[in-house]
Structures are given as C-alpha cells and as structure tokens.
Write a protein that binds this ligand. Structure first.
Ligand SMILES: NC(=O)C1=CN([C@@H]2O[C@H](COP(=O)(O)OP(=O)(O)OC[C@H]3O[C@@H](n4cnc5c(N)ncnc54)[C@H](OP(=O)(O)O)[C@@H]3O)[C@@H](O)[C@H]2O)C=CC1
Ligand SMILES: O=C(O)CCC(=O)C(=O)O
Ligand SMILES: [Mg+2]
Length: 417
C-alpha cells in the first residue's frame, strides 16, 4: 500500500531475469512522473500517442496501465512542502523497472538540488542514453543535417554532478582550503577567502561500466566507432583517467588492438566482422568537429557534464531539443525522459513540442520489446514532419508550415499512424 500512489488493478509488473532480459506482461504497469512546467502539457500527449500506437499495433491484446507517481512540485502538494522526491516514488521506480518522466525544475544557485540528478543517483541509473538522429524535413541550421547520426552514452552517476561543493566563504570551504594548503601543499587557489569549491569524482569502475555499455551498443547495432570525449589535457586524472581507462577496457574486455601505434584502437565486431574504431577527442575540439565533420562520429562515450552540453548541442544540429529523447538506465532499471527541461515560459500554454517525450516513449516501447508500436511512432513522426503540421519550434523555421499546438501535434501523430 502506498500513501498517494494508486496501483492500477488491471495491470501487472514488468520483471527482470537474471540475465537482465525483461518479462513484459500484456498489460504492464508503467509508472510515470508528469513533470513540472511544460511537463503538464507534454506528458498527457505522450500517453495518448503511446496508447494509440499500442492499440493500433496490438488491437487491444496489449495495453499500458499507466500509474502516476509524484515528484517535484506535484509531490510537495501531496506529501508536504519539503517532500520533493517521496521515498515511495523511488521504491516504485525500482520495483516496476520501466518508467517515464517529464522534466523537473531545478533552481539555479541555492534551493533544492536537482531531482533529475537525484533520481539517477538514487537508482544508480549510470547510463544516460541519448540518440540523436535526423527526421527528413526538420529545419536545421546545418546544410546536411542527415549526416548527424550519433548516440550519446553520458556517464550519469559521477563527475561534478555528485553535488559535493561548498559555498564561497562557508566554514566547509574555509576548512577545505586550509586542509589543501596545509596537508597537500596546494597554493593555486587564486582567491582563497572568497572561493566556492566543488569536487569532481571520476572512478575506474564508473568509467568502465559506462564505456562497456557504449562498446556493447556499437557491437549490437553495428556501429563503426566509439569516441571517448574528455578534457583530459587539463583535468589529467579525472577526464584523462576516463580516456585511459576507456581505452584499457576496450583492449582488456573486447580484444581491441592498438591502431597505428595508438592510442586509438580497433576491434572486430564479433557479430558482423566489421571494424569498430575506439578513438578519443578533446571536448572543445569535439564540439567544432560535430558541426564540421559529423559523419565521422557515431557512438559517443563521455563524462556527465560534457554529456549534458553535447546532448543539447547535437540536438540543435537535428532541429532542437523539441525532438531529443533519452533514457537513464542501470542493468535492470530504465527511466525514460526527454533531453530538455521544463521551459517555464511556455508552461500550461499547450504550446511546446511533445516530440522529445514521445520519442523517449518510443525508446521505452522498444526496450520492452514492443517494436511494432515503436515503429508506428517513428513512422508517424516522420510523416507529421513532412506534412509540415508542426509545433512553434519547427513552424518558425519552416516555409509553408501549419503551426499546431502541443496536443494538436499529438493528434497529427495519431492521424498519421
Ligand atoms: N531532465 C530534466 O528534467 C531537465 C530539467 N531541466 C530544468 O528545466 C528548467 C528550465 O531549464 P532551461 O535551461 O530553460 O532549459 P529548457 O530545456 O527547459 O528550455 C530551454 C529552451 O529550449 C527550448 N525547448 C525546451 N523544451 C522544448 C519543447 N518541448 N519544445 C520545443 N522547444 C523546447 C525552448 O527554446 P525557445 O526559447 O527557443 O523556444 C526553451 O526556451 C531548469 O530548472 C532546469 O534545471 C533542464 C534540463 C533537463
Ligand atoms: O537536472 C536538471 O535540472 C538539469 C538536467 C539536465 O540538463 C540534463 O539532464 O540534461
Ligand atoms: Mg541538459
């Protein structure tokens, strides 16, 4: 029994086998978090589109039993002013294994720490998977946007997102500066009296589990390369470590061999016999390469902050964060969510593009093995864009477009199925 969560009586739980494959019943219970801001606009549209695709694909033999769970502002209204992430929401996300969420607000500077990050950390969803692909007809700032076809594996549990930091002038900051100076001989804090400090943990274990998933994805999806993106020239032990441990893992676990003297290395895809190049790129150079030579990059493995920046930058290349989906995953639990945030200026206006969350749901259906329903969503998205009935973000850049609302775009997708 939960305090504020109603379990749909008709549904069953998805369960996980020892090899991490899923047992998906005909009516799986899928927990969802509506989200703050535009979450209230896009989440109902996503549910409607998914229900329509599932109905069309399986004619009533399969259905989703949606189960709302609360986080963010909605949680504070039900559980109390300070309860942003109720324990029962975390329990449900763990127990029901597959879920989807709208965006949650994080204040800048003070206030609560990110609930989005907290969810990933509490559930140890160490992979943030963000595929970036082009749909024909989407307005893009690039001449050949179709050349951008990448899948980002962003490390989701470490780096400065660990949230270990001290405010400028605080007792903690002063103590840490004194310790660094006295015990470790650090003399390079330029303004010790007024510095805020943060720690950036990056581990061998955290790197290896992320890079392992990225290489396995390249093998399973017959991709030509995995690029480790880092700033290891400056942050030698954290980001440089990520690069070195990533290369070492490719050699030790996947049999990659040095290419042209290294550090790049190459392995044969055991499933297709084709080469997979493991390479690396320094993050600033990478951000210009993805604009100038996007076709040279395929699977990207990177640290948490780099992955955050790269996600939005790559999304822009294929038309913006209105259609940028994602998933946060451990070996057993997966929580799907859009790349974008709560876009507060548009909240409650039935205005924004629900495409990111709908495409996140498409990833969720595929993860569940419901690929027929997922295919219907992808095909409908392609046709809707070609028909030029699109939300404001595309309409403002497209000639001859008919602008539709957030819910209107959902209707267009359903018509196209
Ligand atoms: N995973 C999560 O839940 C995330 C939460 N956040 C949180 O969201 C809040 C707002 O963050 P902010 O930096 O403004 O970033 P947002 O992603 O919310 O919005 C930035 C801009 O992106 C465009 N955009 C966002 N969503 C859509 C959409 N559905 N359709 C079309 N365009 C869209 C809009 O561009 P334009 O102005 O050009 O129309 C918007 O102004 C913050 O509290 C932040 O912490 C941020 C990212 C992820
Ligand atoms: O948690 C937040 O508020 C922002 C998270 C974010 O930008 C992301 O995950 O891409
Ligand atoms: Mg982000």
């Amino acid at each position: 029994m939960y305090q504020h969560i109603t379990v749909p009586p008709a549904g069953q739980k998805i369960t996980v086998n020892a090899d991490f494959s899923l047992n998906v019943p005909a009516t799986p219970i899928i927990p969802y978090i509506e989200g703050d801001g535009t979450g209230a606009d896009i989440t109902p549209v996503m549910k409607k589109v998914v229900d329509a695709a599932v109905h069309k694909a399986y004619g009533g033999e399969r259905n989703i039993a949606w189960m709302e769970i609360f986080a963010g502002e909605k949680a504070t209204k039900r559980y109390g002013a300070d309860v942003w992430l109720p324990a029962e929401a975390l329990d449900v996300l763990k127990e029901y294994v597959v879920s989807i969420k709208g965006p949650l607000t994080t204040p800048v500077g003070g206030g609560i720490r990110s609930l989005n990050v907290a969810l990933r950390q509490e559930l140890d969803l160490y992979v943030c998977l963000r595929p970036v692909r082009y749909f024909t007809g989407v307005p893009s700032p690039l001449k050949q946007p179709e050349k951008t076809d990448m899948v980002i594996f962003r490390e989701n549990s470490e780096d400065i997102y660990a949230g270990i930091e001290w405010e400028a002038g605080s007792e903690g900051a002063q103590k840490l500066i004194a310790f660094l100076k006295a015990e470790l001989g650090v003399s390079k804090v330029r303004f010790p009296a007024t510095s805020a400090l943060g720690l950036k943990p990056v581990s061998i274990e955290g790197t290896e589990r992320l890079v392992r998933k990225a290489i396995q994805y390249a093998i399973d999806h017959d991709k030509p390369s995995v690029t480790l993106v880092h700033k290891g020239n400056i942050m030698k032990y954290t980001e440089g470590g990520f690069r070195d441990w990533g290369y070492a893992l490719a050699q030790k676990e996947f049999g990659a061999e040095l290419f042209d003297g290294g550090p790049w290395c190459k392995l044969k895809n055991p499933k297709t016999g084709r080469d997979i190049m493991i390479k690396d790129s320094i993050a600033d150079a990478f951000l210009q390469q993805i604009l100038l030579r996007p076709a040279e990059y395929s699977v990207i493995a990177t640290l948490n902050l780099n992955g955050d920046y790269i996600s939005d930058a790559l999304a822009a290349q294929v038309g913006g964060i209105g259609i940028a989906p994602g998933a946060n995953m451990s070996d057993s639990v997966a929580m799907f969510e859009a790349t974008h945030g709560t876009a507060p200026k548009y909240a409650g206006k039935d205005y924004v593009n629900p495409g990111s969350l709908i495409l996140s749901a498409e990833m969720m259906l595929r993860h569940m093995g419901w690929s027929e329903a997922a295919d219907l969503i992808i095909a409908a998205m392609g046709k809707a864009i070609v028909s030029k009935k699109v939300t404001y973000d595309f309409a403002r850049l497209m000639e001859g477009a008919t602008q539709v609302s957030c819910s209107g775009f959902g209707e267009v997708l359903i018509e196209q199925m």
